[in-house]
Ligand binder design. Sequence first.
Ligand SMILES: Nc1ncnc2c1ncn2[C@@H]1O[C@H](COP(=O)(O)OP(=O)(O)OP(=O)(O)O)[C@@H](O)[C@H]1O
Ligand SMILES: [Mg+2]
Length: 366
Amino acid sequence: MADVGAKKDYLVTEKLVKRFDESLAVDEVDLSISQGEIFALLGSSGCGKSTLLRMLAGFETPTSGRILLGGQDVAKLAPYERPFNMMFQSYALFPHLDIWENIAFGLKREGLPRNDIKQRVGEMLDLVQLTPYARRKPHQLSGGQQQRVALARSLAKKPKVLLLDEPLGALDKKLREQTQFELVNIIEKVGVTCVMVTHDQEEAMTMAGRIAVMSKGRVLQVGSPEEVYEHPANRFVADFIGNVNLFDGKLSIDEPDRCAVTTAIGEIHVGHGVSGALHMPVSIAVRPEKIEISKERPNLAHNLFAGKVKEIAYFGSYNSFIVIASDGTRVKITEANTSRHDLSNITWEDDVYFWWSDVAGIVLRD
Ligand SMILES: Nc1ncnc2c1ncn2[C@@H]1O[C@H](COP(=O)(O)OP(=O)(O)OP(=O)(O)O)[C@@H](O)[C@H]1O
Ligand SMILES: [Mg+2]
């Protein structure tokens, strides 16, 4: 937990660049991470997440830019001199060593006195709740337990910054979800500043206090899970985080507290202004769960459209519809299944109406 007096700009990157031959893996990244924060780098494969993390750890030399920890430039420090510890995606525990020895490994190599090692390993085993398993070998533990051993091993040296590259990548979906919460609890208990890499947006949203969404080496937006979901900065972020309908069009009304956009599906009204130029091209993002659907026509002045149901999928907790609007636009709509008897009466090929409120849409300029 970020305690009182935790530093705000604790780990900072300034215009950090990494070029490999012709390709720009990391492109002028500015980040500012607070002490005790869990910060996620999120993006699709090849966008530069691991390269960025490896520069923080010191395994990769930046082409240009700076990395500051507590105001100090860490560029000149070798990886082992940095108060950082990195847990790799394949966290490979030593198979021939038991859990206790696995956690003690780095401490022994550092030449810590025996009693100190004993105490530290004991603390770490307690922390990850594996004390009864101290004498087991890694293969005698479940995947999630092994993952906790790897975390204990990374934390044993008391790093100031913990770097996690796809920490749950080796686990199947169900186990990942459980382990996400365990991991956050442990990290918060220790209070270590954590930068984690993931390509899984749900994982980033569950675990991190703030997320940097990356594409092609650049950071497109930094914000809390709620901020990047509810207020995406651009089309890429809107599309990458969760599901979204994007309607392209031209700005037709622009006032301080409302605007409208002419799109193929019709005119869409939005409850905020954009201070843009009339007729400029923009997109409107509307999340599928913010759209309502019915066979009855509601009495609404705008953002009401007609269409035909093309696809329905039942996901247990919600239903998902693909509706083709009169102009041919595909619109995705989801509806929560709040009660067991509340089954939707909408079926394939039904003519339906769908609508959303003025505050559901967000205007995106790029
Ligand atoms: N040592 C290297 N030499 C040359 N190019 C590299 C090297 N390491 C990474 N790259 C390139 O840099 C880009 C970013 O790679 P990086 O490993 O940082 O991506 P990533 O976001 O971690 O992807 P993934 O989710 O697949 O792990 C890629 O285009 C990759 O091919
Ligand atoms: Mg990677």
